[in-house]
Design a protein around this ligand. Structure first.
Ligand code: HAM
Length: 399
């Protein structure tokens, strides 16, 4: 997992994002006001409890990062003093969901949020950033994008969905009956009758001119940058704050939980949370899922060390400990083994941890300032000078 996070961090820095650290625990109303009262997260999935403070504040373990970043941004007065900001964050989030493969109650998100950019180039650049990460990890993914309109055009789409829902009342599931008035966009998310949901109205038919133009430019720009994508006019997000561009990225090998990244624009959120009218957009990477998808595709990097250093006795250990240090200084991953076992057992340990090389030092090697370099993959062995060991191992690994 840290491999995915390390790469995401590197790419975020290349895209000029700065890290923000956000609390694990927040007042519950932060999520009610932003993630949305009618979202599954707020309705069913938060770990919330009453604090023992005098006011008996209800707090919740964060179910996502966006609300805390928006809160911090407004509290620091950035919406007024320096509205254009780019943040990334990384860490655990908590949702009370039914655990299954790729769906956990504590999972890890790497998220980014951009404030103060309303232009479509910003949306495109974030999608390109995700593409950069997936290419870097060599993970094949599918991009699905949509526009769910803005505060001006969404009411008409909402009304069309309600009318459609009412006219199909008998065919809809119980969840969808609840959604019709409370959160009609989620009718499109029905997992029970997927076929029926396909016949529902599409958001693209209701976009105002400005939203249509914005979405057109997003597509133009990501096409120009070589990002392959599909427009899915039924894509809606489970969180309530989105406007205009919404997107999800899926990967194979995860079964039902195939979405590895989700995000979109949230132009009204900063204002709704008490700040100025500043546009925003971001995404969250499901780090666990991305790591699982890489594993399933055989693309997860090996955890095995490059070398195991073996000393045959206490005198040789004085040399071995220095050799291990020198190898690590050459950026090699090295485990120094215990000297209190026989060579056979130590070689067994070296194989068990998957070390490519065993670096063996006995009294004879110590006297002559050499090491025995045993290639455990090719079952060969040769002698090299102590000073040459890092170079010899690095060259063999590169070859
Ligand atoms: P989200 O779609 O709820 O969006 O979550 C983002 C990603 O977290 C998902 O695409 C998925 O990979 C992963 N994920 C969600 N639930 C679970 C789970 N139970 N177990 C494992 N992985 C999971 C957000 O949270 C938004 N805050 C993203 C965002 C940022 N939008 C704008 N800015």
């Amino acid at each position: 997992m840290s491999f995915v996070e390390d790469r995401a961090r590197e790419i975020a820095q290349r895209h000029n994002f700065s890290e923000i650290r956000i609390p694990l625990l927040e007042r519950i109303d932060l999520f009610v006001r932003s993630t949305g009262e009618t979202s599954d997260i707020v309705e069913k999935q938060m770990y919330a409890f009453v604090d023992r403070d005098e006011a008996e504040t209800t707090v919740a373990l964060r179910p996502e990062g966006t609300p805390s970043v928006v809160r911090a941004y407004i509290e620091a007065g950035l919406d007024r003093s320096a509205p254009e900001q780019r943040f990334f964050y990384s860490g655990p989030v908590f949702r009370r969901e039914r655990p299954q493969k790729g769906r956990y109650r504590q999972f890890y998100q790497f998220g980014v949020e951009v404030f103060g950019r309303a232009d479509a180039a910003c949306d495109a650049d974030l999608l390109i950033m995700i593409d950069d990460l997936c290419r870097d990890l060599r993970l094949p993914v599918r991009f699905e994008i949509n526009s769910i309109g803005c505060k001006d055009c969404r009411p008409a789409f909402r009304a069309a969905l309600i009318a459609w829902g009412r006219s199909h009342w008998d065919e809809l599931c119980d969840d969808c009956h609840n959604r019709i008035e409370r959160n009609p966009l989620r009718l499109l998310d029905c997992k029970i009758d997927v076929k029926l949901a396909e016949s529902a109205p599409s958001s693209l038919d209701y976009l105002c001119e400005a939203c249509r133009a914005h979405f057109g430019v997003v597509q133009e720009l990501i096409s120009a940058a070589g990002v392959k994508f599909l427009v899915n006019p039924h894509l809606v997000r489970g969180l309530d704050y989105y406007s205009r561009t919404a997107f999800e990225v899926t990967a194979d090998g995860l079964g039902a939980q195939s979405t590895v990244v989700g995000g979109g624009r949230y132009d009204g959120l900063v204002e709704a949370m008490g700040g100025s009218s500043v546009p925003g957009i971001g995404f969250g990477i499901g780090v666990d899922r991305m790591a699982l998808a890489l594993q399933a595709a055989g693309l997860a990097p090996s955890d095995a060390p490059d070398a195991a250093v073996i000393a045959m006795g206490p005198a040789a250990m004085r040399q071995a400990i220095v050799v291990a240090r020198d190898l690590r200084a050459s950026k090699l991953k090295v485990e120094l083994l215990s000297p209190e076992r026989k060579l056979k057992a130590l070689l067994g340990r070296a194989s068990k941890i998957g070390a490519r090389f065993a670096v063996i030092i006995g009294d004879d090697e110590l006297a002559r300032s050499v090491v025995q370099l045993r290639d455990l993959k090719h079952s060969s062995q040769n002698e090299v000078a102590v000073a040459d060991a890092p170079r010899a191992i690095a060259a063999a690994l590169a070859g």
